[in-house]
Write a protein that binds this ligand. Structure first.
Ligand code: FBP
Ligand code: ZN
Length: 361
């Protein structure tokens, strides 16, 4: 039944009955906005309260929608026992609460789950999230990434086939990767650039088609010479994205992994060639820590004095400096990606309202 979105002003769409948080249909709408508008969303990795606030504040300041995401490393860090499932839920609930203080659409995402972690992270997490959903708890994550790019393409496809119903069951969107055959520089596996092929992408597209989904229902990372971390990117070929779209006959919702360290020119070219989401971790980590570093340089050693150094050694003070520097970087990424100024106005359920629906809602 067509009705107005509970969260986006003036948006006509199918009402999924989910009055809590962003629906899958709304995520799809945001991706469509980016593709049609020729821009991409920042996807910022976070690992704690301060980095989460910095990511969300940066998006808000830029008036940009975006993704805030947690990797397995971030999730383990957030768990007192180092369990990534527990950590994802802890940090996911925190992110869900934090975004309610903002007015831009913020999608909550779990980042890179390699095939090796599917059984210990993504699958058990999806099982737990379904239990929480069935108990009436407000949705936590909007999307999930499975990275099967290290596997042979049909093994990659088989895992996607297994995961999709589990992701659908929690109203989520799946991000997948049709990488160079064995991963490569993009995932820190090899030291040379790798490139996805239209044939590999077609295998992945078929999995979704078979399940009645189209290319706007999922996110697709491909290897086009990109690299995670601090690696320099000498052989980026953004034009490969357009080429694959043309050869496979569909536009694809492309994701740029390892956005850090890319030149502005390369990023703009990738967006022009169809990227709608760009992951950034290393560059925002760098800004956060450098903000803190500058704070301590200015403190000039006073933080070591128990008697006079309180306004320097108080963790709130130096974390605030890191947060401020990272916020500015996130806003800058949104400007570069062109998403700044394009956010739909969003209304989240208040953080003061219960996260478990009263019976009958
Ligand atoms: O393992 P970490 O440090 O949490 O970060 C990993 C993440 O970095 C991102 O690729 C972003 O890449 P950059 O760090 O190169 O910006 C994520 O997609 C990736 O999974
Ligand atoms: Zn990747």
């Amino acid at each position: 039944m067509a009705s107005t979105s509970p969260h986006f002003e003036g948006m006509d769409m199918t009402d999924t009955g989910n009055t809590f948080t962003m629906t899958k249909a709304e995520v799809r709408q945001l991706l469509d906005d980016a593709h049609n508008g020729g821009f991409a969303y920042p996807a910022i990795n976070i690992s704690n309260l301060d980095t989460a606030i910095a990511a969300m504040e940066g998006l808000e300041q830029a008036n940009s929608a975006g993704f805030v995401q947690v990797s397995i490393g971030g999730a383990k860090q957030a768990s007192p026992t180092g369990d990534p499932v527990e950590g994802s839920i802890i940090i996911g609930r925190m992110m869900r609460d934090l975004r309610k203080s903002h007015h831009v659409p913020i999608m909550l995402h779990t980042d890179h789950c390699h095939a090796d972690y599917v059984d210990t992270w993504l699958k058990p997490l999806l099982v737990e999230l379904k239990k929480l959903k069935d108990a009436g708890e407000e949705k936590i994550f909007d999307s999930f990434m499975f990275d099967g790019s290290h596997d042979e393409i049909h093994d990659n496809a088989a895992t996607i086939r297994e995961l999709l119903p589990m992701v659908e069951a929690v109203d989520g969107v799946l991000e997948v990767e049709a990488g160079g055959k064995w991963g490569g520089m993009e995932d820190g596996v090899a030291d040379k650039a790798v490139y996805s092929t239209p044939e590999d992408v077609a295998v992945i597209q078929q999995v979704f088609k078979d399940l009645g989904l189209d290319e706007d229902d999922y996110l697709l990372a491909v290897a086009f010479g990109n690299a995670h971390g601090t690696a320099v990117i000498p052989d980026l070929k953004p034009e490969l994205l357009s080429e694959i779209a043309e050869k496979t006959g569909v536009r694809n919702m492309y994701v740029f992994h390892g956005g850090s360290g890319s030149s502005d020119e390369d990023v703009r070219a990738a967006v022009k060639d169809g990227v709608v989401k760009m992951n950034v971790d290393t560059d925002t980590q760098y800004e956060f820590t450098n903000g803190i570093d500058a704070f301590f340089v200015a403190a000039d050693g006073k933080q070591r004095s128990h008697r006079v150094g309180k306004k320097y050694f108080d963790p709130r003070k130096w974390n605030a400096a890191g947060r401020k520097a990272m916020t500015a970087k996130v806003a800058q990424v949104a400007e570069l990606l062109g998403s700044a100024g394009h956010a739909r106005k969003v209304t989240y359920r208040s953080v003061l309202e219960p996260v478990v629906a009263p019976a009958g809602e």
